[in-house]
Design a protein around this ligand. Structure first.
Ligand code: KG4
Ligand code: ZN
Length: 356
């Protein structure tokens, strides 16, 4: 274990079981990834067109120890070398979160290690620090299966949320449209692929620019896709139609995400932007953001694909800051399905939009 002591300190073991992936990672100094293991449950949920919470919890129970063991062994360390265990305690599926939290507390108790509780959204925000070092303040867009939110990050633990989705999250819209088209789960990657061969102007789907607000709304778009599909006889067997729907739907989602961030850049005068969450793996979204960043001379931070979707390295990265700040959780730590960001002040829509 001499090697382990030399790789950097403190070593944080991150754990994320918030949704349908069991993940564990070992990260040194909040930045250097020694291992990042993700066990996907897509195969289990695929046939249902979405996550079945009970099946997700059961799979987490089976996988948590093997995944943690693999994270430790790939990093060349043991639990004894770990300074703290950072675990995601919300928001997410309560049964899934329970497995990660229960495991983290048991391991911490057995090895006399501190536990650090990390908000999943904070993890997504800090995923960009695994590969870069954006200066504060920056605008952070999280677009995932459970959330779509735009915030100003003024420092670690200092978040001002400008807007969030009023109904479906962007990734949720991808997943629901994919289910409608019989494309399985998760919908994002498959629609992303199909869209590359479709015409983004084939259907003029609505873009919901919620007026005087940084909020998002994707449920109307989903309904518009549904009615376009229902008007087409044997839609599912028409490959060209499916590709056009995918491309037109994707164009609508990307337009809204890019435009809202552009407005925030102008209104808030912040020229640094980070993207995170599963939808930021989208090829068209990345291309359009890169194009916008060049045009507007914005510093853009885009995580690699493996850090866009859920992973425990991001939980360890955020957990490192809590650990440094002495923010240690008690043995009474409980997961929470709904959990706002710590230190997050919510701004009123109109006030937030109109100021500066
Ligand atoms: O961040 P994440 O792994 O989990 C949550 O915190 O929700 O995000 C998962 C979401 C799913 O809705 C999935 O369809 C979407 O991210 N996603 C994508 C792509 N890859 C994953 N959406 C669009 N394009 C992609 N390439
Ligand atoms: Zn996530």
């Amino acid at each position: 274990m001499e090697e382990a002591k030399n790789i950097g300190s403190p070593l944080i073991l991150g754990i994320d079981t918030s949704c349908d992936d069991t993940s564990a990672a070992v990260v040194a100094d909040g930045k250097r990834i020694l291992s990042n293991i993700v066990s996907s449950q897509s195969d289990i949920h695929k046939k249902y067109g979405g996550i079945v919470p009970e099946l997700a919890s059961r799979r987490h129970i089976e996988m948590i120890w093997p995944v943690v063991e693999e994270a430790l062994s790939s990093a060349g360390v043991t639990l004894d070398d770990i300074a703290a265990i950072a675990v995601c305690h919300g928001p997410g599926l309560i049964g899934s979160l329970l497995v990660g939290c229960g495991f983290a507390k048991a391991a911490a108790y057995a090895k006399n290690k501190p536990v650090v509780a990390v908000n999943h959204l904070e993890g997504h925000i800090f995923s960009v620090f695994l590969e870069g070092s954006p200066e504060f303040p920056f605008l952070s867009l999280i677009a995932s299966g459970g959330h779509t939110s735009l915030s100003i990050v003024n420092g670690f633990g200092q978040y001002t949320e400008l807007g969030r989705t009023r109904d479906d999250a962007a990734g949720e819209a991808y997943d629901k449209v994919a289910k409608l088209l019989g494309l399985g789960y998760p919908g994002g990657p498959v629609i992303d692929n199909l869209a590359q061969e479709g015409n983004p102007k084939a259907f003029d789907f609505p873009r919901a620019y919620v007026p005087e607000s940084f909020d998002f709304s994707f449920s109307g778009l989903k309904t518009a896709v549904k009615s376009a599909v229902s008007r087409k006889p044997s839609a599912a067997s028409d490959a060209g139609f499916i590709k056009d729907i995918a491309a037109s739907f994707q164009a609508a989602v990307v337009d809204v995400l890019v435009r809202k961030v552009e407005w925030a850049i102008v209104k808030k005068g912040i020229k640094r932007v980070t993207l995170s969450g599963g939808v930021s793996a989208n090829s068209e979204l990345r291309r359009r953001f890169q194009e916008m960043a060049e045009e507007r001379e914005i510093e853009l931070f885009l995580p690699s694909i493996s850090f866009c979707t859920d992973n425990a390295a991001m939980i360890a990265a955020a957990g490192y800051h809590h650990f440094k700040a002495g923010d240690i959780a008690g043995i009474d730590l409980n997961p929470k399905a709904y959990l706002p960001l710590y230190g997050c002040s919510l701004t009123k829509d109109s006030a937030s939009f109109g100021t500066d």
